[in-house]
Design a protein around this ligand. Structure first.
Ligand code: FAD
Length: 494
């Protein structure tokens, strides 16, 4: 775009960042007669910390009294069943156990019990015998536990995509590949300006939901009074054969920096262990390490001794956007009228996001925004088909209507071509997007067999040459022009 004037567009409310926070806000604001635009720098929404976390809907008893984390976590937990039902996304209410490994730890567990009870969290204290009856594969040395039956698990990426889809159904707009690189406030008009590669966007109100980079965005507007201190968490995923080792998410008694190493039955069905909690300098450091793995395995095995590392099929790291206050920042800028910061949304941010989002209309109204509900807000979104969860009769019927559901592309997870095409129609543009949305390539072989086929489907559906299909956006093309040449000459076969 260098050398040519950029288009100028406007919106009443611009949300920067399409993670769980930004997409939840977009959906919430789409209940009102407002012109809402979300800007996301990545090729799809949900690709920041939202795609790389434990996926737990926390119980609401961990957070220290008086913090914003405490204010929003339990209400968020309570919103999840209805939210996921409306959006037709997977929510598994499998409960949370905080287990004590010693009688001393059991005393700490009792303190969390008292804390949670005061907030209205449904909780039970379990003796060693009761606990082992509920979870026979736990370490038999364990002293007892706190049980929160309303804790659960979601697929965070699926939820962010569904929130955005439903917001769009209700009139919100979004742009991907739209990194805000400059932003400023014009005192005379009260307008805020945001510049991306293609455009300049003029906004009356701005919601800063830029996650790890929310301090950078704040600084663009001259707000230099908080910092994000990145903290990395490594996680390790087991294949589906390890599925039933535990039913609930198993937490130890928390440490200083994090909630500790957990054993996590994910909403997708795989078991996972992690995360580590290490302060780092580089917000984009998503590497895993032998040291991280050793610590995770040791921590997880102290809870569930039978975990077998040979069954691990994937690993990843996510970075928490911890603020220098050690708490969420949910506040209007003291310097720029109409700028709302939703920053420092570290754990339990996934859980708290719906409750924080529900507070945003009130906060923006405080800043002067006129809020008028739409009569025709549609809270329901049509969910995606998960072919392998249907009965035989339903599968036959679906294939009759659309034969592409009869072609299995990802053999590990039994994902059909129909599901992949649907993911593309809903916004997937890359191999990773297909993996997150449809789970094609998320199984034991991690895409080893199905990736070329998915690349072909993406190429066909998006009308892109195969050489432009990427794993995760520009720079991660999967087919070189040489390979394409050989493929066209039928020297190479998919
Ligand atoms: C290892 C780990 C485990 C966790 N486990 C849990 C858990 O089990 N339960 C729980 O409740 N919470 C958990 N969390 C926390 C949770 O993941 C986060 O609180 C949540 O994902 C934050 O969402 P967000 O939308 O604020 O940030 P993000 O998802 O990072 O979204 C911010 C978005 O802004 C975009 N962006 C940034 N800068 C710009 C710009 N200049 N222009 C345009 N776009 C921009 C980014 O690309 C990104 O998509 C965990 C976190 C980690 C790291």
């Amino acid at each position: 775009m260098e050398g040519r004037e950029k288009n100028m567009i406007s919106a009443q409310v611009v949300i920067v960042g399409g993670g769980i926070m930004g997409t939840a806000v977009a959906r919430e604001l789409s209940r009102y007669k407002l012109d809402v635009l979300l800007l996301e720098k990545e090729p799809e929404v949900g690709w920041g910390t939202t795609k790389a976390n434990s996926g737990i809907v926390h119980g609401g008893f961990h957070e220290e009294e008086g913090t914003l984390k405490a204010k929003y976590c339990f209400p968020g937990n309570q919103m999840y069943p209805k939210l996921c039902e409306e959006l037709d996304v997977c929510f598994v209410q499998n409960g949370i156990l905080m287990v004590a490994r010693t009688p001393e730890e059991m005393e700490t567990v009792r303190l969390y019990y008292e804390r949670g009870k005061k907030r209205g969290v449904r909780l039970e204290l379990l003796s060693r015998e009761e606990l082992l009856q509920q979870e026979p594969n736990l370490n038999p040395e364990i002293a007892g536990a706190l049980y929160a039956p309303e804790g659960g698990a979601v697929m965070p990426f699926e939820l962010a995509a569904a929130l955005m889809e439903n917001a769009v159904q209700n009139g919100a707009k979004y742009k991907v590949d739209a990194e805000v690189t400059k932003a400023w406030y014009d005192e005379g008009s009260g307008k805020k300006y945001l510049e991306t590669r293609e455009e300049i966007i003029c906004a009356d109100y701005v919601v800063n939901a830029a996650g790890l980079f929310s301090d950078t965005l704040a600084r663009m507007f001259g707000d230099d009074y908080f910092r994000i201190c990145p903290r990395k968490g490594e996680e390790y995923i087991f294949d589906l054969s390890v599925k039933d080792v535990v039913k609930s998410t198993i937490f130890p008694v928390p440490g200083q920096l994090s909630k500790g190493i957990l054993v996590i039955p994910t909403a997708a069905g795989n078991l996972m262990m992690g995360p580590t909690g290490d302060n780092i300098d580089d917000k984009e450091d998503l590497g895993t390490s032998q040291d991280g793995f050793d610590r995770v395995l040791e921590g997880a095995r102290s809870l569930v001794p039978s975990l077998d590392p040979r069954k691990i099929i994937a690993q990843f790291a996510g970075v928490r956007a911890a603020s220098d206050r050690g708490d969420f920042i949910v506040e209007l800028s003291p310097h720029v009228p109409g700028l709302l910061h939703l920053s420092g949304i570290e754990s339990p941010g996934l859980t708290a996001a719906p409750a924080i989002a529900a507070d945003v209309p009130r906060l923006l109204a405080e800043a002067g925004l006129a809020i008028e509900p739409k009569e025709n807000f549609q809270p329901r979104r049509e969910g995606v088909v998960r072919f392998n969860t249907l009965s035989r009769t339903e599968q036959d019927e679906l294939i009759r209507r659309d034969p592409s559901f009869g072609r299995i592309i990802c053999r590990c997870e039994s994902i059909t071509e129909g599901e992949i095409v649907d993911a593309v129609r809903r916004g997937a543009r890359t191999l990773d997007g297909i993996k997150f949305r449809a789970r094609a390539g998320a199984g034991r072989c991690q895409g080893g067999f199905c990736q070329p086929l998915i690349a072909q489907i993406l190429s066909r559906e998006l009308g892109l040459p195969i050489t432009e299909v990427t794993k995760a956006g520009p720079g991660s093309e999967v087919v070189t022009s040489k390979a394409k040449e050989l493929y066209d000459q039928e020297v190479l076969e998919v």
